[in-house]
Design a protein around this ligand. Sequence first.
Ligand SMILES: Cc1cc2nc3c(=O)[nH]c(=O)nc-3n(C[C@H](O)[C@H](O)[C@H](O)COP(=O)(O)OP(=O)(O)OC[C@H]3O[C@@H](n4cnc5c(N)ncnc54)[C@H](O)[C@@H]3O)c2cc1C
Length: 289
Amino acid sequence: MSLKIVVLAKQVPDTRSVGKDAMTAEGTVNRAALPAIFNPEDLNALEQALRLKEQHPGSTVGVLTMGPPRAGEIIRQGLYRGADTGWLLTDRLFAGADTLATSYALATAIKKIGDVDIIIGGRQAIDGDTAQVGPQVAQKLGLNQVTYAEEILKIENGVATIRRHIDGGVETVEAPLPVVITVNGSAAPCRPCNAKLVMKYKRATCPMERKGDDAYASLYDERPYLTLNQWSVADVDGDAEQCGLSGSPTKVKTVQNIVFQAKESQTLTADDADVEGLIKELLNEKIIG
Ligand SMILES: Cc1cc2nc3c(=O)[nH]c(=O)nc-3n(C[C@H](O)[C@H](O)[C@H](O)COP(=O)(O)OP(=O)(O)OC[C@H]3O[C@@H](n4cnc5c(N)ncnc54)[C@H](O)[C@@H]3O)c2cc1C
């Protein structure tokens, strides 16, 4: 059985390498100081999709991402690893989306893509950290969902068999297609970029990424696969009211930059009094609450 697979992938600031200048004076994320990367668990998701493609001849893998024009890089990174296509949702009307508006936009695009058998995303993005988008996409499309997946074991007779990571162990579940799957970082790492595919797709861009005086204009006429799909709200027949800021009930009031500094150290025993003292101190300092 050939499968039409869509991978949800987000471009995120690399919050793993946060330095002193990671936040602006206004308390917002200083994106210029943090490199933009492929959300780590979305790479685990992509690997699961590429393995399914290899196991089921005739299958296709497409990378769907919502972000500013530079997020076209996420589609290229997918193509370099073996994806067949991609779609960039980019439009000012998509900007400022919370998880509700993000999942609305992604679900609307998946409807537009049509006849998708499997949607695979990461468990969570390292910037927003909510892990809500995958389940919300499933809910909006009325599809089954399997979260915390570590491995898609097989697809047979229209049923996916998936190993999930749960508290204290693993469990194997079955879900009929179409299904939304979110993948944990403990799943197999993604394969590296393939040198031949990098050569093939390195000039692939979405129209909004191109500068007016593009030296490669004739190349895009000769090789249509170098023009990546770029969709606006209108292109996916979306309701602008449900997109971006206007579709987002969440308001982030402030973002605080808390720097933990190891100024002093304490040595504690496993004694009840020591443990109790530590808990009290952490509560007083409002480190836990
Ligand atoms: C500091 C901070 C705090 C925030 N707090 C909230 C909050 O409390 N509530 C809220 O609703 N929003 C919040 N947001 C906004 C939230 O990050 C964005 O709405 C984001 O688009 C989706 O949420 P997430 O990053 O948590 O994704 P998650 O739900 O963690 O992502 C799960 C998976 O969904 C897929 N996915 C997510 N976004 C995209 C995308 N743009 N394109 C393609 N695939 C995608 C990926 O596969 C990803 O691995 C916050 C953002 C920041 C920076």
